[in-house]
Design a protein around this ligand. Structure first.
Ligand SMILES: C[S@@+](CC[C@H](N)C(=O)[O-])C[C@H]1O[C@@H](n2cnc3c(N)ncnc32)[C@H](O)[C@@H]1O
Length: 511
């Protein structure tokens, strides 16, 4: 292993995921659940951006100036390639946290984000990051941070140690990380097949191992095989962030802001007896067996008055990101499956079905239903945000300003989609962020962008492109090796794309 890694698994590059949680726009809606406001955004920073898909999409699709670092040179190289494809690209570096945080040419930030970093670095790096947040996050600024949480991770700690020990002892050092990972997971499953007492004491772990075996080895290597790996309780995290003068604001996971979907009435009553925020969060994490927290913290929280809160709620702009008839009116949550109230959700979805962005204030007026209160609209939009059915939308002027940049970035991503399936999102100037779209739909869009007009022409374009690389498509997980069947299936996909997805892509400023 190269020595710039400080024990981090760098032999396998990270995945190319897009994380909408890192879009500061959505935090505006979520912070209002805690009566907190997002500052006006001009600068933001992502520490450990991986392949840099999220940071670039957010930089291209908004007017915020983004900065970031990730010490993996191949990943930073890819991220920089994306950043150079659109004007005023994100400023991205391949520096370690120690080097980047010591720079004297960085601005102060309104928003700092770290996703999938904190649990996998040393205490020394944690101290560097906290010091950076203390110095560089503006007063009123927001930190988004995610981490593996206790008590939920407790049973996995010895399993993770078993995997790492196996990799160290049983696989020759020259074998490469991918085979170390594969062999260690296979061994753990073999151990589980002997029905050990530990497996009987923690019955959920068998399924967990099955899931790990099916996951992308790049992800598994980064998640479990680092030298540093430390799940942490909320109280310990609060202790660390106290040095940066931060207070817990609210949950980055949209649905966790709707307490009734997470806890039973008895649990809510018990929590309400607890005056201390940190202790309340500790107890709540036991109630939900929290494994992974994604939270917003604020430097200097100031509670909004009810009037401020209502005004800010009314100003939130939202847009539907799914055909309204595809949104299921059920919700799976820790307290069970529940039905969403059709007398609120149906009219709301029908109103938004034209994909026109509206403020919650406009929705309130257009619904013209005095029985549906602003708070219920806020709650319903939060639930739809969680379901991926809705996104926050920027104002017209910002959309107009960002469109040339998202077009440029999307051109590059679509070019890459011709031979790579890793990036499954495109940038939307409406959302100020990314929109998930499969590789095949990206290729159909590329065909349309190339001037072809009819869905059957798009299908033929994709058919030829894939066949020229010796590739076929999968239908329900089965490879279509018959060329006629493949073209026929692509025609079906192109038809659905044209009727169902294209209107949405047009509305989101992607097509
Ligand atoms: C688990 S990945 C998460 C990447 C990204 N945030 C995401 O969620 O897709 C952790 C990232 O942190 C980077 N990293 C780890 N230690 C670092 C350090 N000391 N300095 C800079 N980057 C580091 C790794 O290269 C890796 O890309």
């Amino acid at each position: 292993m190269a020595d710039w890694t400080g024990g981090y698994v760098a032999d396998l590059g990270y995945t190319f995921g897009y994380y909408p949680d890192l879009n500061p726009l959505r935090s505006q809606l979520l912070l209002l659940h805690a009566r907190q406001a997002m500052p006006k955004l001009s600068t933001a920073c992502e520490l450990g951006f991986g392949q840099g898909v999220s940071v670039n999409v957010h930089a291209a699709a908004s007017t915020t100036r983004w900065y970031g670092t990730d010490f993996h040179p191949s990943q930073a190289g890819y991220a920089q390639q994306l950043a150079s494809s659109y004007a005023d690209g994100a400023q991205l570096y391949d520096q370690s946290f120690a080097e980047f945080c010591a720079r004297d040419d960085l601005p102060d930030f309104d928003f700092i984000a770290l996703h999938g970093i904190w649990s996998w670095i040393s205490n020394e790096n944690r101290a560097i990051i906290v010091d950076f947040v203390r110095r560089k996050l503006k007063v009123g600024g927001v930190l988004y941070i995610s981490y593996n949480t206790l008590p939920g991770w407790t049973p996995m700690v010895p399993v993770r140690n078993l995997l790492v020990q196996h990799a160290e002892i049983m696989t020759p050092s020259g074998a490469g990380v991918a085979s170390k990972v594969e062999n260690a997971v296979a061994f753990a499953r073999k151990l589980w097949a002997t029905n050990p007492a530990y497996a009987r004491a923690h019955p959920a772990l068998g399924d967990k191992l099955k899931t790990i075996a099916a996951q992308d080895p790049h992800y598994v290597a980064h998640e479990y095989f680092n030298r540093d790996w430390m799940p942490m309780s909320f109280a310990e995290m609060a202790d660390w962030l106290d040095d940066a003068k931060l207070d817990f604001a609210t949950y980055g996971s949209a649905i966790e802001n709707i307490t009734e979907t997470q806890l039973t009435p008895e649990q809510i009553a018990l929590l309400n007896e607890l005056p201390d925020t940190t202790f309340r969060q500790t107890v709540r994490d036991f109630m939900v067996n929290q494994q992974f927290r994604r939270d917003y913290w604020i430097k200097g929280p100031r509670e909004l008055t009810p009037l401020d809160c209502m005004e800010l709620m009314r100003a939130q702009r939202v847009v539907l990101c799914m055909q309204h008839d595809e949104v299921s009116l059920t919700l799976d949550s820790p307290v069970g499956k529940s039905a969403l109230n059709p007398s609120i959700y149906r009219p709301l979805l029908e109103l938004l079905a034209d994909f026109r962005p509206r403020t919650l204030g406009e929705i309130e007026q257009e619904l013209a239903r005095p029985d549906i209160k602003l708070g219920q609209i806020h709650q319903a939009t939060t639930v739809l945000l969680h379901k991926g059915a809705l996104g926050l939308a920027q104002d017209h002027e910002t959309i107009f300003r960002c469109r040339p940049r998202t077009d440029s970035l999307n051109r590059l991503l679509l070019e890459q989609a011709r031979s790579r399936a890793e990036v499954t999102c495109l940038a939307s100037p409406v959302l100020g962020g990314g929109f998930l779209i499969s590789q095949l739909n990206q290729l159909l869009l590329l065909a349309r962008n190339s001037g072809l007009r009819e869905p059957h022409e798009w299908a033929a374009y994709v058919d030829q492109l894939l066949k020229s690389q010796g590739q076929c498509v999968l239908k329900d997980g089965v490879a279509l090796n018959d060329p006629v069947a493949m073209l026929q299936y692509l025609n079906e996909l192109a038809d659905v794309f044209n009727r169902r997805q294209l209107p949405l892509l047009l509305a989101l400023g992607i097509a």
